[in-house]
Ligand binder design. Sequence first.
Ligand SMILES: *Cc1c(COP(=O)(O)O)cnc(C)c1O
Length: 499
Amino acid sequence: MNEIIRSTQAGVTGASLDPQDWSEFRALAHRVLDETIDSIANIRARPVWQPIPDDVRASFRADVPREATDLADVYREFSESVAPYATGNVHPGFMGWVHGGGTAVGMLAEMLAAGLNANLGGRDHMPIEVERQIVEWMRRLFAFPESASGIFVTGTSMANLMAVLVARTSALGTLARQHGIGNDGALLTAYASKAAHGCISRAMDIAGLGTDALRKIDVDADHRIDVAALRAQVAIDREVGFKPFLVVASAGTVDIGAIDDLKALATLCREEGIWFHVDGAFGALAILSPELAPLLDGIELADSIALDFHKWGQVPYDAGFLLVRDGEQHRQAFAQPAAYLRREARGLAAGAVWPCDLGPDLSRGFRALKTWFTLKTFGTDRLGAVIARSCALAKYLEARVLAEPRLELLAPVNLNIVCFRYRADDAINREIVADVQESGIAAPSSTTLDGKFAIRAAIVNHRTDETDIDALVSAVLEFGTRRCGDALIETESPPLAAQ
Ligand SMILES: *Cc1c(COP(=O)(O)O)cnc(C)c1O
């Protein structure tokens, strides 16, 4: 008997995935940490981005690794094949889309979170209190009542979807969760500006309401929603029997960083009895800057706010967040009784509302920790100053564009986003963006404004400074001149055979 137990134990011990030689693991782990720190500290020495070589891509179509590989070898493969071909958003020259730069502090916190391997779906443990601490901080920052609730999610796409679901359940009642949206649900209509992020339309689709039920309202010259047009559309919809239930305001449009008139929208929503949601993916955290916060006036009146810590908050990916004014309505949209998730008065299964009651996820990682480390280590004043500085840098880029006859500004600079182009056609500007990206000097992205292709620079990374802006401008000018030169040669001497 003892023999059996002993041999079984030996088998079980041998099955553990812990290192067989901890000191060897420790040495490698220290090297990994050192090299990761070096790569962040010396980020300027690298190209912002570089295309993935074909052989590197092909090496990641390998067979299932049934046999073990030495950790050192796996790490070498990462160092050689993965790290050099990452997105590039750690680099100060990265200005594409709206990507945060992350910090060394956030990297460390991610490591600590992985060490704890906490599951934040529920139960009574301190990691959940860390998440509740962030909820409390957000509640205070946005002046929401004590009854508010909040939850970490992947990103604002998910937070916006969840806001649509909370608003939907609020409009139809919780029975709709059982019976489906039914005839009433088919009449629900939502509203956002034409400049709103595409994920809102997708949220309407996923929520079963359909993208047609999202009315896309015109914007004014500053890309803010036309509130009078919104009011008129709501009236028309009511008249023909639709049920307006949700207005999604943009606090920082993805194209140019425009902030809707949140106060006016709050008033309209209150009068009309409509859920008022703010997509503040990157813009909402401007609340941390005393100079910028007034732009967000009215956000404190929202029924819900979606935001990303992984953009302007500089927290490593991913760290989206949803804040809901009425925590009970939030819970009613997602909570579900299940015997295996029973709450108890004491023990590990205690602790009132669990995060799994507030969203679709049951198992959840510890996103709150890297956010807590970031907010505490730097302090919100300093993070606010970083946000304000990226807006100042956008103004600097605007000035450089305006001073350069070969460049053209395509939209007002509201926050941290500058849309401009080389004075040439769309095709050439599209090439310029790819040229600049492939050069490794900078990484702008693009958008279309009033039918014109725009080079778009969103300054989000805390490491970005004037020299990076200058490098972007020089690169655009250089590639633009080269491209236009090529174009001229082509049109000057059309191949004779073609005539
Ligand atoms: C980035 C962004 C989103 C989407 O957020 P993810 O975190 O990428 O899911 C939504 N709305 C706006 C305005 C954004 O800038």
